[in-house]
Design a protein around this ligand. Structure first.
Ligand code: C2E
Ligand code: CA
Ligand code: CA
Length: 249
């Protein structure tokens, strides 16, 4: 696993501008090609099944980092992507819970982001799996919300915590009232169901201001920061916390 590394992208609490935590995003440091983006290797890792070992490695690495922050009194939240194949695999909940336990991190600080490709159409075993994750103290977020199957009705039945509104909806908010109506409806729907909303792909202060006024809970995007290596991230956090980046808040 030493060719792989995790990058971290900050997540910001919309109402306060406070740093709430991070999403961990995998990178492959290829000996010849250098940094390979996930979209170039995750699909292959998924089709071969290697994704399971990779995501277990990512969870352990992320939890060790999270534990160090928590021990220092920095109580960040952490979100990790979980492929459909891994989510649906046998024994996944027990295995992930065991990894987390060994690192000493409290599971309440962890969210797994899952796309609608797990097959949301009223499948009892998917519901049972969500419940098992919740029983371990983990949160579940529906990633890229709005891009897939998106039958809103499933949200009512599924014990999930959060939806992450895809950036294609965020980026139409500029000068586009129809775009705003869609995002606003998703946020209101989520709120009505007691779900948190995260807006990703925020690149401009106008988008930030619009989404904040529409009531999204958390924000993420290049405006605040790109995904960073851990060293870059520590520098970013220091600047953000000491208000050197006041204009971003
Ligand atoms: P994702 O989970 O939807 O992650 C968000 C992607 O959007 C990231 O790309 C991030 O760098 C990018 N992004 C963030 N803010 C902005 C923005 O403001 N503008 C634009 N244009 N893009 C933004 P990245 O890191 O290349 O990851 C791509 C995808 O790879 C992820 O999409 C996720 O589906 C997948 N991925 C990454 N790590 C893992 C993993 O451990 N497991 C699985 N199953 N998938 C992963
Ligand atoms: Ca994600
Ligand atoms: Ca996403």
């Amino acid at each position: 696993m030493n060719e792989f590394t995790l990058y971290y992208q900050p997540k910001i609490e919309a109402a306060t501008g406070k740093l709430s935590g991070f999403e961990g995003l995998m990178r492959w440091i290829h000996p010849k090609q250098g940094l390979v983006p996930p979209l170039d290797f995750i699909p292959i890792a998924e089709s071969t099944g290697v994704i399971i070992a990779l995501e277990e490695w990512a969870l352990e690495a992320a939890c060790r980092q999270l534990k160090a922050w928590h021990d220092a009194g920095r109580m960040y939240q952490l979100a990790l992507n979980l492929s459909a194949r891994h989510f649906l695999s046998d024994g996944v909940v027990e295995k992930l819970a065991q990894i987390v336990k060994e690192t000493g991190v409290c599971p309440n600080y962890l969210t797994f982001e899952i796309t609608e490709s797990v097959g949301m159409e009223n499948q009892q075993h998917v519901i049972e799996r969500f419940i098992a994750f919740r029983e371990q103290g983990f949160s579940i977020s529906i990633d890229d919300f709005g891009t897939g199957f998106s039958a809103f009705v499933y949200l009512k039945h599924y014990p999930i915590h959060e939806i992450k509104i895809d950036r294609q909806f965020i980026q139409v908010t500029d000068n586009d009232t129809t775009g705003n109506v869609i995002v606003q409806s998703i946020i209101e729907l989520a709120r009505g169901l007691g779900l948190k909303t995260v807006c990703e792909g925020i690149e401009t202060t106008d988008q930030r201001d619009t989404l904040r006024s529409l009531g999204c809970d958390e924000m993420q995007g290049y405006l605040f920061s790109r995904p960073l290596s851990i060293d870059e991230l520590e520098m970013w956090i220091e600047e953000y916390d000491t208000s050197k980046k006041e204009s971003l808040r």
